[in-house]
Every structure is written in C-alpha cells, then in structure tokens.
Design a protein around this ligand. Sequence first.
Ligand code: HEC
Length: 162
Amino acid sequence: MLKRLIFGIVATVFFALQLHIDQAFALNVDESLRTVKLNSAGDQLVLSNEELTKGERLFYDTCSQCHNSGRTKSNPNVTLNGSDLANAYPARDNVEAMVDFLINPTSYDGEESIAEIHPNTTRADLFAEMRNYSQEDLEAVSGFVLSAEKIKSSWGRGKVYD
Ligand code: HEC
C-alpha cells in the first residue's frame, strides 16, 4: 500500500516535471515565422508551434551532426540556407521538395542519386535513424529547416537536446 502511494507520488512529480520541461523548451513563435512555402506553385503552409517543436527535436536528433546551424559539414557549398535551397535542382526551398529529398536525395544539380550517402527513408536499411520517420515527421523536420532561417536563434537551441 505504502509502496504504491510512494510510487504514485514519484510518478506524478516525474510527469509534472517532464511537462514543465517540454513546455519550457517548446517553441512559441509568431505565425509569420511559422509560415513556409509548401510547394513550387507558391502555396504556403502554416506549421503549428507543436509541429515546429517536433521538427526541431527531429533535426537535432538526426540532422544537426552534419547540418549544425544550417551549415553542411562535408560540403560547405550546399547549406540549408534559403538561397542555396532555392538554387538546387529541383529547388528544395519548400516542404514538398525537401520531403522528396529526404525520401530520394539527389546531388545539388539533380543529376545523380545520393541515397547511399545521405540519410533517407527509402534506404532506411542504411540509415537506421530514418526508420521510424512518418510522413508527418518528414514534413515537420522540413518545415523546421525552412523556418529556422527566419527564427535565427533557433538553430542554436541544439544544445538543449544533447
Ligand atoms: C551524414 C551527414 C548528414 C546528415 C546526418 C544529414 N545530412 Fe543533409 N546533407 C549532407 C550533405 C553532405 C549534403 C550535400 C549533398 C550534396 O553533395 O549535394 C546535404 C544536403 C542536404 C540538403 C540539400 C541542401 C541544398 O541546399 O540543396 C537538404 C535539404 C538536407 N541535406 C537536409 C537534411 C535533413 C533534414 C537531415 C536530417 C533528417 C539531414 N540533411 C541529415 C549531409 C548530411
């Protein structure tokens, strides 16, 4: 009986603490900063703060070791900045095109597949970290990358997930 009570109290404190931490680290930004390009036709997508926070967490879990602060470790010419994304072929500066990249990544000029060297869901056998990515996860991480340039400070928040 006493054991159960103590367990109950510990569990309650634990969950309350976790909730608090989640809230403290949740992004809460203006709609204008959460609005990104959805596709090349120019449609827009407004991410919720929850989606953006999830995208940020995914980014720091699976992308930041190579793309810290939006740079690209082994290829500094191909960054995640808006202008580099826009000049890729096909342009990767919108959610649909970036999701497509994370399913079938291609070189910057679009000429060849880089599915064996860049994390993607098609070759999840090679990239275990992509195995549990759902379509929503791909959209969230892409949305985060596209909005991170507007929310300058957010790239730097990686530390909290280390
Ligand atoms: C092992 C290192 C590594 C990881 C992990 C990684 N990337 Fe990359 N990424 C690269 C490299 C290298 C390139 C440049 C590829 C090339 O040569 O065109 C790149 C290119 C890209 C591009 C194209 C950029 C442009 O300007 O066209 C996007 C978008 C991208 N990565 C997104 C992501 C996302 C999102 C994640 C996490 C899910 C991720 N990457 C994880 C190394 C990595």
